[in-house]
Design a protein around this ligand. Structure first.
Ligand SMILES: Nc1nc2c(ncn2[C@@H]2O[C@H](COP(=O)(O)OP(=O)(O)O)[C@@H](O)[C@H]2O)c(=O)[nH]1
Ligand SMILES: [Mg+2]
Length: 330
């Protein structure tokens, strides 16, 4: 049976069972639920709706940076540290690079590595097909499933190059930006808006030299920012992820950021903000679906065409006016 066929069979009579198994910590149920959500199936949405009340406890950590910076390597090592602390972990790897050019995917690596067979770790690679907002929305939804299952730490790896990846980062409680002394990462990071997004900066590949120079220049750049009293000051840490060096310090900084969020109330604020973003994107999605299937919309468009001279802009306003009334200052 293909995964989608299997999903269809599952959907037919086992939705409730799926939820029960997911909550019981079953990995297969989690994988199935993720497929339903990723495929945009109504059963997936129902699951997300039913499970929402059980989300919010997990620490969501985005790990972002240029391709090849060592994000996957660092994530794998962070998972090891978290497991040693007894934490249950979920990993979402949003990897836009094709498996043919991107080297070993994190999931494959881990399946072969020290984490193989560890039930306390669940790893999922997400494809970046689909629309811009789609990726961020989907990663939040998959994170919800991990969260509902009681996974305490959720690591989301994204390549920090585009707007959609920054959006994924924005959905995290803590964003770790990974850079290397090579290839002018520092300048690229500033251009890509990563400096504003980072809560913890990691200068990776410190074993190759040049790390202190980049670290100091990042620290200098970050220190120019005016921050209110008591604000979080993003630390810049050297690491050699491939050797496991500096990884504990990164894990500690991530935990310290969590503690800071919780102490200042930002933790709850982030959840409310995320909730608002979710509502907005769900409304947008549903609105589009309803609007374009609606005979009244069709009638407005027909009328606009019949009027001959109406531009698409005027027609669009007519559609919106019929829906929510005329704009106040349109
Ligand atoms: N020398 C050195 N190489 C590293 C280090 N961390 C990762 N790498 C290597 O850099 C390459 C890219 O790492 P990867 O984790 O896939 O980067 P990603 O694209 O950011 O996920 C791999 O060959 C890693 O083995 C490090 O600390 N030092
Ligand atoms: Mg990677």
């Amino acid at each position: 049976m293909t995964p989608s066929h299997q999903a269809a069979v599952e959907a037919a009579g086992e939705a409730v069972d799926l939820e029960r198994r997911l909550l019981a910590g079953e990995r297969r149920a989690l994988a199935r639920a993720m497929s339903l959500v990723e495929d945009g199936r109504p059963e997936g949405e129902r699951l997300l709706r039913d499970l929402f009340a059980r989300t919010g406890a997990a620490h969501r950590v985005g790990v972002t940076g240029p391709p090849g910076a060592g994000k996957s390597t660092l994530v794998e090592k962070l998972v090891l540290v978290a497991r040693a602390d007894g934490m249950s972990v979920g990993v979402l790897a949003v990897d836009p690079t094709s498996p043919f050019t991107g080297g070993a995917l994190l999931g494959d690596r881990v399946r072969m590595g020290a984490l193989a067979g560890d039930p306390g770790v669940f790893i999922r690679s997400m494809a970046t097909r689909g629309s811009l907002g789609g990726l961020a929305a989907a990663s939040v939804e998959l994170a919800d499933l991990l969260d509902a299952q009681g996974r305490q730490l959720i690591l989301v790896e994204t390549v920090g190059v585009g707007q959609s990846e920054l959006e994924v980062a924005r959905a995290a409680d803590t964003t770790v930006v990974v850079l290397t002394p090579e290839s002018g990462d520092g300048i690229q990071a500033m251009k890509a808006g990563l400096l504003e997004a980072g809560d913890v900066f990691v200068v990776n590949k410190a074993d190759r030299g040049g790390a202190d120079k980049l670290r100091r220049s990042l620290e200098a750049t970050l220190s120019w920012r005016e921050l209110p009293d008591g604000a979080w000051r993003p630390p810049v840490l050297n690491a050699a992820a491939v050797k496991g060096e500096g990884v504990t310090a990164v894990a500690d900084a991530v935990a310290a950021h969590r503690a800071h969020l919780q102490a200042t109330g930002a933790w709850d604020l982030l959840r409310r903000e995320r909730w608002r973003t979710r509502v907005r994107s769900i409304v947008n999605r549903r609105l589009a679906r309803r609007l374009w299937g609606d005979p009244e919309t069709e009638a407005i468009l027909e009328q606009a065409l019949a009027d001959g001279a109406r531009s698409p802009y005027e027609a669009a306003d007519a559609v919106l006016d019929s829906l929510v009334g005329p704009a106040a200052n349109g």
